[in-house]
Ligand binder design. Structure first.
Ligand code: SAM
Length: 221
């Protein structure tokens, strides 16, 4: 898909919404889960493209954005990387709260385009940055933020190994997680806890308890 086609797809398949837990931010979001998942499967069939994570503000991302907006000193004047940014809610919160540079990484090209569209809706600048190697620490940020990334074992293990390398060179790391299966069990300090409204279709629950953790050292999933 060309960039213009991706932008068109994002804008036609979602609506402008304010996530209930972070009403300061406006995003292109799916309002009902089934149609866009179905539609995406149909339109992109055979293209081996990932599901539209970018069309939802996940509970982890909402908790992370809430924490950043309520504690702007965490990002003020800092270079921040939102890894696995999805719709970009946390990167946008960082930019709004005064980050010197807000970078967003996502493996999905549609998510990268959604981040740029969403940043523009909120009048902030977020740059897309793709982390190409997780075998070495990322030197371009003072702070790495991650919302809802511990839902798959292989992904979570790879991310945590890489974050350990980043931690060793002095990068601060915040992870917001709604109790997913592969969140690390140790080396994490709780900074905040929120009850984030969600939808039954997406999460099978009306709310999710999200913890914003600071990674202090990783002992394993
Ligand atoms: C559950 S979504 C969370 C999105 C966002 N952080 C939030 O909380 O709303 C997970 C995101 O991780 C991205 N992702 C998966 N594997 C990745 C990888 N290896 N590198 C970067 N992003 C990845 C997906 O494309 C997806 O957008």
């Amino acid at each position: 898909m060309k960039r213009e086609e991706m932008a068109e797809f994002i804008k036609t398949q979602t609506v402008l919404e304010k996530p209930s837990f972070v009403p300061e931010i406006t995003l292109q979001l799916a309002t009902e889960v089934t149609p866009i998942w179905k539609l995406t499967e149909e339109r992109l069939k055979g293209g081996d493209l990932p599901p539209p994570f970018w069309a939802f503000a996940w509970p982890g991302g909402q908790g992370l954005a809430r924490y950043i907006l309520d504690n702007p000193d965490v990002v003020k004047g800092k270079c921040v990387l939102d890894f696995a940014a999805g719709c970009g809610i946390a990167a946008i919160a960082a930019a709004k709260a005064g980050a010197k540079l807000s970078l967003a990484d996502d493996i999905d090209l549609l998510a990268q385009e959604a981040v740029l569209i969403n940043a523009a809706h909120n009048g902030v600048k977020v740059e897309i940055y793709r982390v190409m190697s997780m075998d070495k620490p990322f030197t371009g940020a003072d702070l790495i933020i991650l919302g809802d990334v511990c839902y798959q074992q292989a992904m979570s293990t790879a991310i945590m190994r890489w974050l350990t390398l980043c931690l060793e060179i002095g990068v601060r790391i915040l992870i917001a997680d709604p109790g997913r299966a592969y969140v690390p069990k140790d080396g994490m300090k709780e900074l905040a806890r929120y009850t984030v409204p969600t939808t039954l279709e997406l999460e099978d629950q009306k709310t999710r308890e999200v913890v914003v953790w600071e990674l202090e050292g990783f002992g394993g999933c």
